[in-house]
Design a protein around this ligand. Structure first.
Ligand SMILES: [Zn+2]
Length: 501
C-alpha cells in the first residue's frame, strides 16, 4: 500500500530531458515506483494536464536568519522550494558571539528541528572573521587566521556544504586574496563549495569575477557567483564578459557556476540605499537630525550622488506603512509632485517616515537577467529570507520560482521548460552534493512540484509581496504535501541536509 500516487502527469525528471507521461508512487517519504498500474494507495493526486517535477532548490537563500523563530519557512513552500541553500553573502546564523559560537553547536543542538523546507547550510566568512577578530579593517594575524580555519573546519565537519563570501559588506570586504585563498583551501579539503557575493557588482563587476575565479583556481575548489548581475545602466551588458570568464575558467578545469533571481531590482530599506554606511550605525533619531540639518544633508547627498548620480528615478518606495501614499511611487514622481529636487524629496520621505520605508532600486537590465539565466551553469534563487522575520520586502520572497516559469520560460522563452527545471533541481543538487535530491527517479526523496505550465505565474509585486503565485497546484516534501494551491499546509517534514552524515 502506497502513501500517495500521482497519476497521469507529464513528468519532467530534472535531467533536462523532455517530459514523459507516467504515474509516481510515494512511500515513506521516497519515490517508491514510477510506472503504470502501480496498485493500492491511501491517496491519489490526479495530475492530468499538469507537469510533475522535482521540488525546487533555492541556490541562494537567507532562510537561516529566521530558522529558529520561524521554522515553517512558509514562503519557500508556497513557491515550490523544497530545499534552500542558506548562510549566504558571508553571513550565517552561526558562529555568532551572541548565539551559537560554532556552527557545530547549532547543528548538534538543532539536528532534529522540523522545518517546512529543507535547509543546506554554508558558513559565512564574515561570521568567521567577526568571531576571530571583530570588525577590524586589516589582514588577520596568523593566530586569527587559525581561529577562522578552526571554526570553518568545525562547520564542515558538522555537515555544512561550504562557505560563503560577502566581499561587498563589512567586515568581509576587509579580506584580501591571501586570507580568502587560505580559507578556500580548507573548503577544498572537504570537497565543499564556495558561494560569493563578489566585491563589486557594478563598475568593477568583471574584476570582481576575476578575483573570485583566482581564489577558486589557487585553492582548487568549486564555486558559485551569487545573485549574478551587472548593476547600474553604465555597466549593463557586462554579463557577456563575466559569463565568458566563467566559460574560460570551466575550460581551464575550475568548476564555476552562478545563480540569478528574476527581477531587475534589488530591495532594501530606503535609508540603506541613500544614507552612506558610515552614518548608518547611528541611532535613527541622530540620522533624522542629520537629514534635517541643511549642511549635513548636503554632505550626505554629495556622497550618495557619487553612486546614483542626480536622477533617482530608479528608486521606488515599496512597503511604507507610515506613509502609504508613497507606495509604488518613484522618487522622481514624488519630487515632481512636491516641486523638489530628487534628493530633497527622498530625504524628506526618510524624515517623514522616520526611516521606516522600504525601497526597490531598478538597477539591472532585463537583457542581463536573461543572458545570465540562459547560461548552462546558471541556477535560480530567491536571495530572500522569510516574511515573518524581515523588515523590508521584495516580491522574490514569494514569487521568484513561479516568475521564472511563467515570465522567463513561457512568455520570454529564455530556455526550454525541461532545461529550466534542470537549473532549479538537478544542477544545484549536484553543485551542493545533495544526496537523493533533484531528480524524479525511484529511490530518491519524494520532493515534488506539480503545476500548470500554461498558467503558473507570480503575483507578488513590489508594493504587495503577500500575493500568492497562481498555477502551482502541489508542493510535496519528503512525501508530505507542504503547499496546496500555493497555500502552506502547516506540515514540517523537512530538516537540515548535512553533508557526509
Ligand atoms: Zn548578497
Amino acid at each position: 500500500m502506497y502513501d500517495l500516487i500521482i497519476k497521469n502527469g507529464k513528468i519532467i525528471d530534472g535531467t533536462g530531458s523532455p517530459y514523459y507521461r507516467s504515474d509516481i508512487a510515494v512511500k515513506d517519504g521516497k519515490i517508491a515506483r514510477i510506472g503504470r498500474e502501480l496498485g493500492e494507495t491511501s491517496r491519489v493526486i490526479d495530475a492530468a494536464g499538469l507537469v510533475v517535477t522535482p521540488g525546487f532548490i533555492d541556490s541562494h537563500s537567507h532562510a537561516d536568519t529566521a530558522l529558529l523563530t520561524h521554522p515553517e519557512l512558509i514562503e519557500k513552500a508556497e513557491q515550490g522550494i523544497t530545499t534552500s541553500v542558506a548562510g549566504q553573502c558571508g553571513s550565517s546564523v552561526a558562529p555568532n558571539q551572541d548565539g551559537y559560537t560554532t556552527m557545530g553547536a547549532l547543528l548538534e543542538d538543532k539536528k532534529d528541528l522540523a522545518l517546512g523546507s529543507n535547509v543546506v547550510m554554508l558558513v559565512g566568512h564574515s561570521s568567521l572573521r567577526k568571531m576571530a577578530m571583530g570588525r577590524e579593517n586589516r589582514a588577520p594575524t596568523e593566530a586569527e587566521l587559525e581561529t577562522m580555519k578552526a571554526l570553518l573546519r568545525d562547520a564542515l565537519e558538522h555537515g555544512a556544504a561550504g562557505m560563503s563570501f560577502g566581499l561587498y559588506y563589512s567586515p568581509g570586504n576587509y579580506a584580501q586574496l591571501p586570507e580568502l585563498i587560505a580559507l578556500a583551501k580548507v573548503v577544498a579539503e572537504y570537497h565543499g563549495v564556495i558561494a560569493a557575493h563578489i566585491r563589486d557588482e557594478g563598475d568593477r563587476v568583471v574584476e570582481s569575477v576575476e578575483e573570485f575565479i583566482t581564489v577558486l583556481r589557487e585553492a582548487g575548489v568549486r564555486g558559485v557567483i551569487s545573485h549574478h548581475k551587472s548593476s547600474q545602466p553604465k555597466n549593463w551588458g557586462k554579463t557577456a564578459k563575466t559569463l565568458a570568464l566563467i566559460d574560460a575558467a570551466n575550460e581551464e578545469g575550475i568548476d564555476v557556476y552562478c545563480d540569478v533571481y528574476p527581477y531587475p531590482a534589488s530591495g532594501t530599506s530606503l535609508v540603506a540605499f541613500l544614507v552612506p554606511t558610515q552614518y548608518r550605525a547611528y541611532p535613527d533619531k541622530e540620522i533624522i537630525a542629520l537629514l534635517e540639518n541643511k549642511e549635513k544633508r548636503e554632505e550626505i547627498c554629495a556622497i550618495t550622488r557619487k553612486i546614483f548620480g542626480d536622477d533617482l528615478h530608479a528608486v521606488m518606495i515599496t512597503s511604507c506603512t507610515a506613509c502609504p501614499q508613497y507606495e509604488g511611487k518613484r522618487i522622481s514622481e514624488i519630487a515632481e509632485e512636491q516641486g523638489k529636487s530628487h534628493y530633497d524629496a527622498a530625504m524628506d520621505v526618510l524624515i517623514e517616515t522616520e526611516l521606516t520605508c522600504s525601497a526597490a532600486f531598478f538597477s539591472m537590465s532585463e537583457e542581463d537577467i536573461e543572458r545570465v539565466m540562459a547560461h548552462p551553469r546558471a541556477m535560480l534563487c530567491t536571495d530572500s529570507g522569510v516574511a515573518r522575520h524581515l523588515t523590508t520586502y521584495h516580491p522574490r520572497l514569494r514569487g521568484a520560482f513561479p516568475r521564472v516559469l511563467g515570465r522567463y520560460v513561457r512568455e520570454r522563452k529564455v530556455t526550454t521548460l525541461p532545461e529550466m527545471i534542470r537549473k532549479m533541481t538537478a544542477m544545484p543538487a549536484a553543485v551542493y552534493e545533495l544526496k537523493n535530491k533533484g531528480l524524479l527517479v525511484e529511490g530518491f526523496d519524494a520532493d515534488i512540484c506539480i503545476f500548470d505550465e500554461d498558467t503558473i505565474i507570480d503575483r507578488a509585486d513590489f508594493v504587495d509581496c503577500t500575493k500568492r503565485a497562481e498555477g502551482l497546484s502541489y508542493v510535496i516534501l519528503n512525501g508530505q504535501i507542504v503547499a496546496e494551491n500555493a497555500v502552506y499546509t502547516g506540515a514540517k517534514p523537512g530538516g537540515f541536509l548535512l553533508r557526509n552524515r
